[in-house]
Design a protein around this ligand. Structure first.
Ligand code: FAD
Length: 290
């Protein structure tokens, strides 16, 4: 089935309840080919032109779920939402970036989805199309946290992202050179109007993590009206604050008579991951403020 509008896609999914939507197929077909998924029918979203671009609405960019990573990586998009463009450029090899879409990245909700920490830091919202022309909005973070689910006949149409006109960064560490999945990633977004910093860490947990205390602490130190730079030690402390919040020490063991016992050490792999997150957060903030 190849609908050309969102409502046709919803109608096709409602008609065949076991049908599954497919956009670029880069995630879905891996599951089909491995035998993990045997959908009764596929509803292709690739001909729905209304979700392949973006528009503007009251200070927000309304991004079509069908935007590919390759399209989001181009300079005109990077001028609008730099961190999302950086994430799109880092999302896998060129074949994957040419076919894979923003909507597919969100609905797959893989811990290593590169767009996800950026959308979490931007506090993006989804516009979801449902049966009989229904539309509802849902924060991306609610979907990722499993607080709300997509119904089988619903389709993600758009992703609403604030246009902040301020620096933002996305940095990703991988375990090898060349395109590959994130070991850890960090998005940093400055919001000078609201005088806040938003940061999200990807790949270290099932969903992106927001170190809220670290965000508030660093926002209180930034000279929002002037040009006084943050000292390098402050950037380092921010990186460590973020990393400790996302990869905390294990709780102390219980000693004799219920008294607190020794604090167990983090395993070396977790310590390495914590150092990686600290470095990404320090660099990400430093570049955003530079
Ligand atoms: C070799 C390889 C490397 C990769 N590397 C990376 C990487 O480095 N970083 C990264 O982030 N990702 C990576 N990916 C994963 C993948 O490319 C992305 O997650 C991509 O964005 C998925 O989009 P898609 O359009 O292909 O989704 P699809 O495979 O078409 O769909 C994925 C899921 O989303 C659902 N879906 C899709 N669109 C909608 C919609 N509009 N409404 C409702 N449901 C929808 C489908 O039903 C399916 O369940 C990689 C994949 C491969 C195969």
């Amino acid at each position: 089935m190849l609908p050309t509008t969102l409502d046709e896609a919803v109608a096709a999914l409602s008609e065949v309840p076991a049908a599954v939507p497919v956009a670029g197929g880069t995630d879905l077909m891996v599951n089909v080919n491995s035998g993990q998924l045997r959908p009764a029918a596929l509803v292709g979203l690739g001909r729905i032109s209304e979700i392949r671009g973006w528009s503007y609405q009251d200070g927000f960019a309304v991004l079509g779920a069908g935007l590919t990573h390759a399209r989001m990586g181009r300079p005109d998009f990077a001028a609008l939402i730099p961190a999302l463009a950086a994430a799109a450029r880092a999302a896998g090899p060129p074949q994957v970036r040419n076919a894979g879409t923003l909507g597919g990245n969100i609905v797959s909700a893989s811990p290593t989805g590169d767009a996800l920490p950026v959308l979490a830091a931007l506090e993006a919202t989804l516009s979801i199309a449902g049966p009989e022309g229904a539309r509802r909005e849902l924060p991306v973070s609610h979907l990722l946290a499993g607080m709300d689910m997509l119904q089988p006949s619903e389709v993600v149409g758009y992703v609403k992202v604030p246009l902040l006109h301020a620096p933002q960064t996305f940095l990703k560490a991988t375990s090898r050179t060349g395109p590959s999945r994130a070991l850890a990633s960090v998005a940093v977004v400055l919001d000078p109007m609201r005088r806040n910093v938003r940061c999200a860490v990807g790949a270290v947990a099932p969903m992106p993590l927001r170190p809220l205390e670290a965000e508030n602490w660093i926002a209180s130190l930034i000279d929002w009206d002037g040009r006084r730079a943050l000292a390098p030690e402050v950037l380092t402390a921010f990186g460590e604050y973020v990393a400790m919040a996302c990869i905390p020490d294990p709780p102390p063991e219980e000693g004799a008579d219920g008294a607190p016992g020794a604090v167990p050490q983090l395993p070396p792999a977790a310590l390495h991951l914590r150092r990686t997150v600290a470095t990404l957060a320090r660099r990400g903030l430093g570049r955003a403020l530079a």
